[in-house]
Ligand binder design. Structure first.
Ligand code: PGA
Length: 231
């Protein structure tokens, strides 16, 4: 695992954007796996800047979302489809047909394979070490799958909805094998709250109670973090 330790969030965002720009410039028809959450917002803003400066062209890229609530309408402002559109896609030249949504887990993995596999997968990390909606547990699930949200996740996400009852109770998430099949993985971690999970990734063992530790078995992972997230 390559580690890029940055002074702050801004530097992390620029570094990550450089990696994505290089990928897309070298392979314009790259299959991107992109993530929602607070962590990638700076990266997406940098990519939009690069696009506006003519340094990056998304016209041939396809993007697969890491996860999505289920059921949820794509135009619901809490859907991850909507998030990606608002924070990246509508600002760059990617066509809507090139960012399909996850509504059928089985078809999603087949689609990734049909496209030749994910070239570069972006991940944030949960405080508990989750990646996507692969939450800590006794086992890690390999394929893209439907999963119930834990009570703590429902509570944590209730702030984005009118009430806790409105939070979807399930989600579709890329599975651990789906993520591990990506040719390159960029994992971003910012802030002291992520430090415990990051330190577990740097320890020797792979632990399903911290799903991100599986990334140690991937041949091409870049961990980009700020000083608060790593010793
Ligand atoms: P965050 O979420 O980027 O909003 O911290 C990351 C995650 O929970 O995977």
């Amino acid at each position: 695992m390559k580690i890029i330790k940055c002074k702050n969030y801004e530097e992390m965002s620029v570094k990550a954007a450089e990696i994505f720009a290089q990928q897309i410039n070298e392979k314009p028809d790259s299959v991107l796996g992109l993530a929602t959450g607070s962590t990638p917002l700076g990266l997406y803003a940098e990519l939009i800047k690069m696009y506006n400066d003519g340094k990056i062209d998304f016209s041939k890229c396809v993007s697969l979302n890491l996860d999505e609530y289920s059921p949820i309408a794509y135009d619901n402002d809490q859907s991850y489809h909507y998030f990606m559109n608002e924070n990246l896609f509508k600002h760059v030249n990617i066509s809507e047909s090139n960012f399909p949504s996850e509504d059928d887990p089985k078809a999603y993995d087949a689609l990734a394979e049909e496209l030749g596999g994910i070239d570069i997968q972006l991940l944030g990390i949960g405080e508990n070490g989750h990646i996507g909606f692969n939450e800590p547990g006794d086992v890690l699930i390999a394929p893209t799958h439907m999963t119930g949200l834990t009570e703590s996740t429902i509570k944590a996400n209730a702030r984005f909805f009118e009430s806790e009852d409105d939070v979807p109770k399930a989600a579709i998430t890329m599975g651990i094998a789906t993520i591990m099949k990506a040719k390159k993985v960029v994992l971003m971690a910012s802030g002291a709250k992520k430090r415990d999970a990051v330190m577990k990734i740097l320890a020797d063992n792979i632990d399903p109670q911290c799903p991100a530790t599986i990334l140690k078995a991937h041949p091409d992972v870049i961990l980009i973090c700020d000083e608060e997230a790593i010793d």
